[in-house]
Write a protein that binds this ligand. Structure first.
Ligand code: PLP
Length: 395
């Protein structure tokens, strides 16, 4: 019994209903987890295309739970199609693997997830002769100047991990298309609730499902979203034949997490802004980077392309040395010191001078800073926790 959930329904309605149907066998109103590796072949197997991702064949070609999740994510992202893979990094690699070949050139944000940094500056050039120019993509002219005749892809993260750098998706999409290149946007920090890159001209949108979309810190996954033809190409090349498939169980967990994405994001947005404002006023805080603050360099662009909020990711530094930053973390009682982000619980990580991307960050970030993922705890409790840890360092 197919429900008619289409684009005219609101984000919350799509979050709940798209991809879920009454199970034909049991009548259960939640679809089951199908933990099978293989599917019965048709009578005449000679007609099978073994690289096909559309028919039930083998779970590396795509299973039921993967397909349900893909349906939901495409509906939330306003794209024709989606492919889900084992992690955000598998999704990013799938973009590079599918759309680049030896001799091609990439223009990339100089603020990007660390595995992308290593792929673009080390593995792809050394192993496959694919070169990359890293630019501050908040500067549209710098992006334009970096284009070469062999540029096939522009890749940006906005907001960028970890500095919260903001890039103008629409303007950069224009540059990509004028030059016959694709634009891919890593949307992990915003989530589709706050930003829809495909509606602003991005050809490929990447999400780490591990973060806000799952939201509960208990499953990894990644997705690439875009036009069906391109997503089919990713499935055929990078999913079926490279093999970074997501498990049906993780796809099911992420599907369940995504149901509450809009409710959770509203709280992340609200607490994110309140905490950024609190930090900006504190005498021990050296700087705060949060795109929702008027003082943020990218605030005007963020206001145009992020709705209804600015998410729950904050970067900030203290007027202390690396040791002082570590002492601050040790005094926190609620906020957990751990990597990852977008979980229900608040997570903080200190990025010190040993981060290999440090040389790319603006001046104020040198000497170390925190990447803070504001969780879903009571806003007052989070502010109270930060306040008591900061006060203990003032005395
Ligand atoms: C975490 C993250 C990734 C990688 O996702 P995984 O699921 O950990 O592989 C990619 N991009 C951004 C912006 C991230 O924060």
């Amino acid at each position: 019994m197919a429900k008619n959930i289409d684009a005219k329904f609101g984000f919350a309605t799509r979050s709940i209903h798209t991809g879920n149907e009454v199970d034909g066998e049991t009548g259960a109103i939640r679809r089951p987890i199908t933990m099978a590796n293989s599917y019965a072949l048709p009578y005449d197997a000679a007609e099978m295309n073994w690289s096909d991702a559309g028919t039930a064949l083998y779970t590396r070609n795509g299973g039921a739970n993967q397909r349900y999740l893909q349906e939901k994510l495409a509906a939330l992202s306003q794209t024709e199609d989606a492919v889900v893979l084992a992690s955000g990094v598998a999704a990013l690699h799938a973009v590079f693997f599918t759309f680049l070949r030896s001799g091609d050139h990439v223009v990339s944000s100089n603020v990007m997830y660390i595995a992308v940094y290593r792929l673009l500056t080390q593995y792809l050039p050394e192993k496959y002769q694919i070169s990359a120019t890293l630019v501050d993509s908040s500067d549209v002219d710098a992006v334009r100047r970096a284009i070469r005749p062999n540029t096939k892809l522009i890749h940006i993260e906005t907001p960028g991990n970890p500095t919260l750098n903001i890039s103008d998706i629409q303007a950069i999409a224009h540059i990509a298309h004028e030059n016959g290149a694709l634009l891919s946007v890593d949307n992990t920090f915003a989530s589709p609730y706050n930003q829809l890159p495909a509606t602003l001209g991005a050809d490929l949108v990447v999400e780490s499902l591990t973060k806000y979309i799952n939201g509960h810190g208990d499953a990894m996954g990644g997705a690439v979203l875009g036009k069906k033809e391109r997503i089919d190409q990713i499935r055929a090349e990078a999913m079926v034949n490279v093999g970074g498939v997501i498990s049906p169980f993780n796809a099911w967990l992420i599907m369940r997490g995504a149901v509450t994405l809009p409710l959770r994001m509203r709280q992340h947005n609200e607490s994110g802004l309140a905490i950024a404002r609190f930090l900006a006023e504190h005498p021990l805080v050296r700087f705060v980077a949060y795109p929702g603050l008027e003082s943020h360099r990218g605030h005007e662009i963020a206001k145009r392309q992020m709705h209804p909020g600015f998410s729950g990711m904050i970067a900030f530094g203290l007027k202390l040395d690396a040791d002082g930053h570590n002492r601050f973390i040790s005094r926190l009682k609620i906020i957990t010191s751990a990597v990852s982000l977008g979980h229900d619980e608040s997570l903080i990580v200190f990025l010190g001078p040993d981060d290999e991307r440090q040389y790319l960050f603006p001046e104020e970030f040198s000497g170390g800073f925190f990447r803070f993922s504001v969780g879903l705890e009571d806003t007052e409790d989070l502010i109270g926790d930060l306040d008591q840890a900061l006060s203990s360092l003032l005395s």
